[in-house]
Design a protein around this ligand. Structure first.
Ligand code: ATP
Ligand code: MG
Length: 595
């Protein structure tokens, strides 16, 4: 049995700007007076509730339009981790306000991924799983309030006119001719939009802020559009849908979020976020104090792409074998590759959060997995490129037909996990690369006349190789040296420079081994308009038939092992069975890539 993985509490936490903001808010009591009605809602709803038992509220708000990837894992660990560390609650929210792109298939995979990573939206017996589309009524009310208070208008310019009149960085925008309509006219128009009296795209509801603002996002951004589309939650109830920039702040406020953490590209949206909160609090719709938005740098990982659209392209063009291909940076892919929740949590903590974009070396991610598996993974021997080794004097030295019992610790630092047992006989499997007819300098393994130890077994002396017509070795021959069995008295009287791993021909188990490497050869495959498909690594997957020690015959899908000398492997969660073992390379023993 593997030892316990690194517990979340043992992961070293470093401070960051978000922790400082939260600690400051807690010491100032910024959110101490908030109420929470037990469910999301407007100001009156929460005012009738009890003081919020959660000190802070964060949220993880994916759009259910694809599979989560390693970048999302960073966001999940951040939001759920901050809530856990500061006596708060993190809401799991589906940002499903866009009717066209979403699918319930993704909803389940996202929930699964968050739970697998070790987080829960169920806190003190209460579920905090929400969907933004449940707030459409309240969003609609907020829009009507903005119209009534003179803060929004229906614009009937064409999309082209609207774009032209928005101006650009050097040029202020131009007011729409519809901007000066009265609230009553706008309200009537907006209700017509809602009632399906206008065609898709014929008009939009816009906030009324400042067409000359240096921040283009403040030049009367659109907040509602007409779109006849069936929504997976609300069906055909609506033919108008809120824009993301309008919906998201309201979702946060209705859920009494305190710290709304998003990636840097939303920095320019923050003034609108704050503007909207101020208007809706003035109108008594939303509770005060409002949530605040904070931005952090998204994860960029070398040799990895995280664009959902491009990941989808890899799948649909069969460059990989599905979303859970072990080479994919999706959470399902990483999981199948052998990644553990502890490794991903450590990774998120180690890379930290910053305010400026940077690239994280892929080796950092691998290092986190290696650390976790080094502590937890049972050891085993496996021969990945097998060639037979024949011990020609075995029967004379050991006795006719003898199979010698050998054993090794399951884990070198955990004697309590016991031993694994395997047998050595006249024939064993060794790595082809452990034999050289003519040794190169510094090669201490098998060559004629040299002695090595078969790990956990006897010292042997190489005699020669049996070769095929082309001259390549089909079997290696050696003699076993009496009384040198590892761990027996006097076994070290013969000194050897090399120790090699092996698997007995009598009890070894054939297994398929999938050797994965990076999917891309370019450290930044999709930066600067490059075609990421051009840098696909043609050798990202090699499938071999290995011989593994008998302890692996009992492996269950998802079980992880260190194959001595080779690296960490996982029994494939899809294709592995005890009758047909399949192991994936999770990560090598050392960071040797590119050397
Ligand atoms: P899309 O590619 O469709 O724009 P997205 O990758 O932004 O989507 P969302 O479902 O909107 O995915 O993301 C949910 C959350 O995950 C957001 O809060 C977003 O900030 C965060 N997130 C997404 N990608 C990364 C990343 N690479 N690093 C850190 N956080 C990320
Ligand atoms: Mg997004």
């Amino acid at each position: 049995m593997p030892a316990a993985s690194v517990a979340a509490a043992d992961i070293v936490k470093s401070s960051n700007f978000l922790r400082q903001i939260i600690e400051n808010d807690l010491s100032q009591g910024t959110y101490a007076q908030r109420h929470w009605a037990g469910t999301p809602g407007d100001a009156a709803h929460h005012a009738a509730g009890a003081p919020d038992p959660a000190k802070i509220r964060t949220r993880f708000p994916p759009e259910p339009n694809g599979y989560l990837h390693v970048g999302h894992a960073k966001s999940i660990c951040l939001n759920f981790g901050l809530a856990r560390d500061y006596g708060g609650v993190c809401h799991m929210r589906f940002d499903d306000t866009n009717p066209e792109k979403e699918d319930t298939e993704y909803v389940n995979s996202i929930l699964d991924a968050v739970q697998w990573l070790g987080f829960d939206w169920q806190v003190n017996g209460q579920s905090h799983l929400f969907q933004a589309s449940d707030y459409f009524d309240l969003m609609y009310r907020a829009a009507e309030y903005l119209i009534e208070s003179g803060n929004a208008y229906v614009d009937e310019q064409t999309p082209d006119q609207m774009r032209a009149n928005r101006g650009d960085f050097g040029k202020p925008g131009v007011d729409s001719p519809y901007r000066s309509r009265s609230p009553a006219e706008n309200l009537a128009r907006f209700r017509e939009m809602r009632d399906g009296q206008h065609a898709d795209g014929a008009m939009v509801l816009r906030s009324k802020i400042d067409m000359a603002s240096p921040n283009i996002n403040m030049r009367d951004p659109a907040i509602y559009r007409i779109r006849r589309a069936t929504h997976h939650n609300t069906g055909d109830k609506w033919c108008i849908y809120p824009m993301y920039t309008f919906a998201h702040p309201i979702e946060d406020a209705l859920e009494q979020i305190t710290h709304s953490i998003c990636t840097l590209e939303f920095e320019d949206q923050r003034p609108f976020y704050d503007w909207l909160m101020a208007r809706l609090i003035e109108g008594g719709l939303l509770a005060d104090p409002p949530p605040r938005q904070y931005e952090f740098a998204r994860l960029n990982l070398t040799y990895v792409i995280t664009s959902k659209r491009r990941l989808a392209q890899l799948v649909t063009e069969n460059k990989v074998n599905g979303w859970d291909d072990p080479r994919m940076p999706t959470i399902v892919g990483l999981r199948r590759r052998g990644y553990t929740p502890a490794a991903l949590q450590t990774f998120a903590e180690r890379i930290g959060v910053t305010k400026s974009d940077s690239w994280i070396d892929y080796a950092t991610l691998e290092g986190c997995l290696r650390e976790d598996l080094d502590v937890s993974a049972p050891r085993a021997m496996a021969v990945l490129d097998p060639v037979k080794l024949i011990l020609t004097n075995w029967h004379e030295v050991m006795g006719q037909g003898i199979l010698d019992d050998c054993s090794a610790p399951v884990h070198p630092h955990h004697p309590e996990l016991g031993k694994r047992h395997f047998k050595m006989g006249q024939e064993v499997w060794i790595e082809r690369s452990d034999f050289m007819e003519v040794p190169s300098k510094g090669f201490f393994r098998l060559f004629p006349g040299n002695r090595v130890r078969l790990k956990y077994g006897h010292v042997i002396e190489c005699t020669d190789a049996i070769k095929d017509e082309a001259g390549s070795a089909i079997a290696i021959r050696a003699t076993v040296i009496k009384d040198t069995k590892s761990g027996t008295p006097g076994s070290d009287r013969i000194k050897v420079k090399g120790v090699i791993t092996w698997v007995g021909a009598d009890d070894g188990v054939p297994a398929q081994v999938r050797l994965y490497d990076r999917l891309f050869l370019d450290p930044q495959p999709d930066v600067g308009g490059k075609d990421f498909l051009e840098s696909l690594n043609p050798d990202s997957l090699k499938v071999t038939t290995a011989i593994v020690e008998p302890s692996l015959a009992m492996a269950q899908p998802d079980d992880k092992f260190q194959f001595e000398r080779h690296g960490y492997f996982v029994a494939d969660r899809v294709d592995h069975s005890q009758g047909k073992p399949v192991f994936n390379l999770a990560v090598g023993l050392k960071d040797s890539w590119g050397r």
